[in-house]
Design a protein around this ligand. Structure first.
Ligand code: NAP
Length: 308
């Protein structure tokens, strides 16, 4: 019976019942524990915030299964030589789709004008249709693709952008430097769902903001480091960027004196766009362990060199 170490102590009570149910559903008998001798451990369920940082003694471990979708805090850990699987959870994806669609519609419909209107201004300007507001989706992975499809279903013309070429029905997909310029140029809303890697850090800098259409709205639920904060503030000041809704930051919690908090055209949400949901993610983990035990390849494997 494989020993599965749950190495995210703060989440044990929340995850334990779901994992027990998921292993039962998968038909897999496991010893699910919070503590074990490292040499007896076959799989590690892991959160990057957990105390376990040295994987060296876990010589028998066949895979480390992250509860998080973003793996930038683990991927560079030199002691982690076992396969690393990131989280692709239907519940997390659902949450991200809701956050992105909700914030896109807020800006698209100009809701703020009516929700906060102390002067009681009767402004009958009708918003354009979604079909008239192009969206650029930077990152077309598990989350970006789901969000792009949801926005497309509402008629937003969505253009996807990723590292490698992609084919997604109904969504033109671009890649590379020229593809990025093309995706940004036409967009009224730019959404970033990229991982933090050496290549994506500061991707949205002054030059890239200048390539965008004047009055663009930025939604960033990806990672804070993808945006150059100073360049964004300058682009907001000049009116090049009309509004930025940000869920992720270089330092979290966002320091109280950070200019984003006070800026009238920045909305800060506290890294709540999408959380891994125990009930759905437990099955993803159990299924990956079943695959490992059956000698099948793991899914959602992280490429260490790529960094995601
Ligand atoms: P994913 O499936 O690995 O997709 C990543 C996408 O980014 C892929 O399309 C990939 O291109 C693209 N990409 C990576 N490097 C690139 C580069 N240098 N240039 C262009 N495109 C590049 O990841 P995911 O599950 O969709 O998650 C995306 C990110 O969302 C996570 O890494 C995490 O940072 C963030 N996230 C945030 C929250 C939150 O609550 N705010 C929650 C979960 C996740 P290819 O397809 O060509 O490989």
């Amino acid at each position: 019976m494989p020993t599965v170490l749950f190495a995210a102590p703060a989440l044990w009570d929340e995850y334990r019942p779901s994992l027990i149910a998921a292993f039962a559903r998968t038909g897999l008998a496991v010893d699910l524990v919070q503590e074990a001798a490292p040499e007896a451990v076959d799989y590690i369920i892991y959160a990057p915030s957990a105390p376990l940082q040295d994987f060296t003694p876990y010589r028998r471990c066949k895979a480390v299964l992250s509860l998080w979708a973003g793996v930038e805090r683990i991927v560079g850990n030199a002691t982690l030589t076992q396969p690393l699987c990131r989280m692709v959870d239907p519940g997390l994806t659902e949450g991200m789709v809701e956050w992105v669609v909700g914030h896109a519609l807020r800006h698209h419909l100009g809701m703020d004008r009516h929700i906060v209107n102390p002067e009681r201004v009767w402004d009958p300007t009708c918003p354009p249709l979604a079909r008239e507001r192009p969206v650029a989706m930077l990152g077309m992975g598990a989350l970006g693709t789901a969000c792009a499809q949801a926005l497309r279903a509402l008629n937003f013309p969505v253009t996807g952008w990723s590292r490698t070429a992609k084919a997604v029905e109904g969504i033109p997909c671009l890649h590379g430097e020229a593809g990025l310029a093309e995706a940004l140029a036409g967009a009224g809303i730019v959404v970033t769902l990229l991982p933090k890697t050496a290549e994506t850090e500061n991707l949205l800098d002054a030059a890239r903001f200048a390539q965008m259409k004047r009055g663009v709205v930025i939604l960033n639920p990806g990672r804070g480091a993808i945006i150059d904060d100073a360049a964004l503030l300058a682009a907001l000041e000049s009116g090049q960027v009309a509004h930025a809704t940000l869920d992720v930051f270089r330092v979290e919690p966002l320091p109280k004196d950070h200019p984003f908090w006070a800026h009238p055209r920045v909305t800060v949400t506290p890294h709540i766009a999408a959380d891994t949901r125990p009930s759905s993610s437990a099955f993803v983990i159990a299924e990956n362990i079943r695959r490992g035990e059956a000698g099948e390849p793991f899914v959602n494997l992280v490429d260490r060199l790529r960094g995601y």
